[in-house]
Design a protein around this ligand. Structure first.
Ligand SMILES: [Zn+2]
Length: 135
């Protein structure tokens, strides 16, 4: 089990003042722990109150972007709770424009392939109906 992080550690993470290994470890913890993300967001908003929106701060110091596979899983509903929350947090709270575009693109692709399946089914149905009539 991971021990409780201090505010100082979270702030050091935010300032990217930790060694690379520690940064990676904290990032992993933040990815898995929604309440920890809230704590960090609280610390940031206290410190930057009035000067920046939370979204802007997260864009500036953003956590790693989810992969395209993760977004695929998100759209299919196959991600576990923590991963799903992370994707939502990243896109809606952090407002990562790169990932928003990525997600919109995947949504469009999925809609298109659903359309293609419908069209194929309709064609198949029409041709077999015609065949049955002839017979
Ligand atoms: Zn992103």
């Amino acid at each position: 089990m991971s021990r409780q992080l201090t505010d100082a550690e979270l702030e050091a993470y935010f300032d990217e003042a930790l060694p690379a290994e520690e940064m990676a470890r904290l990032e992993e913890q933040l990815r898995l722990d929604a309440s920890l993300r809230e704590r960090l967001a609280g610390l940031i908003s206290l410190r930057d109150a009035g000067t920046h929106s939370l979204g802007a701060i997260w864009r500036r110091h953003r956590l790693s972007c989810p992969t395209r596979e993760q977004f695929g899983g998100y759209l299919l509903g196959t991600l576990d709770e923590a991963a799903r929350e992370y994707v939502e947090f990243h896109v809606t709270v952090a407002g990562c424009s790169l990932c928003s575009a990525n997600l919109a693109d995947l949504r469009r692709q999925r809609a298109e392939s659903a359309d293609a399946i419908q069209t194929r089914r309709r064609k198949y149905f029409q041709s077999s109906a015609g065949y049955l009539r002839k017979g």
